[in-house]
Ligand binder design. Structure first.
Ligand SMILES: Cc1cc2nc3c(=O)[nH]c(=O)nc-3n(C[C@H](O)[C@H](O)[C@H](O)COP(=O)(O)O)c2cc1C
Length: 442
């Protein structure tokens, strides 16, 4: 595949984000990456020509105040690209809320009639680790499949378990769609379980934070049994809901808030997740719903597929099936890092008060990031500034020189029982007995 890469960093060759494409060059040798830098924001002719011939346009930019660099905004004001051309984007950052940057590129693509492909959000240091490179590689395989318009085959979901939840407040809006979803996923070979939130008793969370002390919710209703059933063997969860202004149904909100219990300790399970919004919803409400849901979902560390409108029902079936069967879909939504990093940093600061949280995040590699900023003396001129940028690249150069060919693909979906979170193996009973976290017994 021919990829026209537009690198927006003012650092040009010294850009950290650029290193993702250098890694792709080493991992995907059959593909051709032609890299362009923004030298003059008023001169887009060369890149326009390259993009014409390419199968894909790949834009690179790190975050500058939660969005792309100003010179990319300036450049894209002037550019003319061939309609229908596939385009996507990679951001790298310190993990501080990169969703506006991704939304900017998506808006650019849609407004200019380009074919937008789900973008990838990485931390600066991610590709220094094997898992990060796998993430990048998997995402790129997904991008290639979208460019090549690969479709899932009929038995794509054989051996998979799909859970469809009708979360609507208004049965008239969601019931039929939920039943249709059940039939479609069955038709693709999945075992499908159906749940109706209207028939469950799920009371509102009372914010006692009891769950923070022992992972047990003090409210006794259908929530524990339902989530146990839902999550224990799910490969994919599909939520059909109606909307209230720019939010999901009240039923879903009651259900969601009780997940505070899992937000803190039970990130050990992994499944794909898709949402379908039934009924009418305005574009602006849909955008806000999207933003909110991405934020919330990131706390559960799930593999988010997307949020679809009712008229996108077929698209949801196709994309979610693709995601689940190929394990190739972008694994992380763009808020993923921001929120988890905040929790991780908090746990790091409160190490002694929240030892289990600390261990939990440490176990996921949050505190093993290489210290790549080695600058100790103040930078006083442009030359020293460049030197500092170069020093940040040392670890990348080392990694790239050893990189040759695709990474090992690991199996996703290490689902474990919900009542045996990172705190120990004894499950709820043991947690109750011992206590842990902030209120650990002496
Ligand atoms: C003016 C400015 C604003 C920044 N804003 C953010 C931000 O909002 N979020 C973030 O995670 N990093 C932010 N950063 C850090 C950059 O994303 C980081 O330096 C990045 O590595 C630069 O990537 P590049 O080398 O590809 O240009 C900012 C840096 C600068 C200089």
């Amino acid at each position: 595949m021919k990829v026209a890469v537009l690198s927006a960093s003012p650092k040009q060759q010294l850009s950290l984000t650029l290193q993702t494409v250098r890694a792709l060059q080493k991992m995907c040798k059959e593909d051709e990456f032609d890299i362009s830098f923004i030298k003059d924001v008023n001169n887009c002719a060369d890149f326009e020509e390259k993009a014409k011939d390419a199968d894909l346009i790949l834009v690179l930019s790190s975050l500058y105040h939660f969005n792309v660099h100003g010179q990319l905004i300036a450049y894209l004001k002037n550019i003319k690209l061939v309609q229908g051309k596939p385009i996507t984007y990679i951001s790298t950052s310190g993990g501080n809320m990169d969703i506006p940057a991704h939304n900017f590129l998506r808006s650019f693509a849609r407004t200019n009639g380009l074919k937008w492909i789900r973008s990838l959000s990485l931390l600066d240091e991610d590709i220094l680790k094997e898992k990060g490179r796998e993430e990048l590689y998997r995402w790129f395989l997904y991008v290639k499949d979208v460019v090549n318009e690969k479709k899932p085959d009929e038995k794509s979901l054989e051996g998979m378990v799909v859970k469809v939840i009708d979360a609507g407040d208004d049965a008239e809006k969601t019931e039929k769609l939920a039943k249709q979803a059940v039939e479609r996923y069955k038709g693709l070979g999945a075992t499908v379980d159906f749940y109706n939130l209207r028939e469950k008793t799920i009371k509102g969370c009372i914010a006692c934070f009891g769950c923070y002390t022992n992972n047990v919710c003090v409210i006794k209703d259908d929530f524990d049994k339902l989530t146990e059933e839902l999550y224990k063997d799910a490969d994919m969860i599909v939520i059909i809901t109606d909307s209230n202004y720019n939010q999901f149904s009240k039923n879903y909100k009651y259900f969601l808030d009780r997940h505070v219990k899992f937000g803190r300790y039970s990130h050990n399970y992994e499944f794909y997740k898709a949402y379908l919004v039934a009924g009418d919803i305005s574009d602006s409400d849909m955008a806000e719903l999207n933003q909110h849901t991405l934020t919330v979902d990131s706390l559960e560390s799930n593999c988010m597929v997307d949020i679809y409108r009712e008229e996108e029902f077929d698209k949801m079936i196709a994309e979610s099936t693709y995601a689940c069967s190929n394990q190739l879909y972008p694994q992380r939504n763009t808020y993923y890092y921001g929120l988890n990093l905040q929790f991780a940093n908090l746990a790091y600061r409160l190490q002694r008060m929240t030892p289990k949280d600390y261990e939990y995040f440490k176990g996921r590699g949050y505190y093993e990031l290489p210290q790549i900023i080695t600058q100790t003396k103040p930078i006083s001129n442009l030359e020293e500034g460049r030197m500092s940028c170069k020093m940040r690249l040392i670890a990348f150069e080392e990694m790239l020189s050893a990189l040759d060919g695709p990474p090992k693909l690991t199996k996703r979906g290490t689902r474990t029982k919900l009542d045996a979170p990172a705190t120990g193996n004894g499950g709820e009973a043991e947690n109750k007995k011992k206590g842990f976290g902030l209120f650990k017994k002496k």
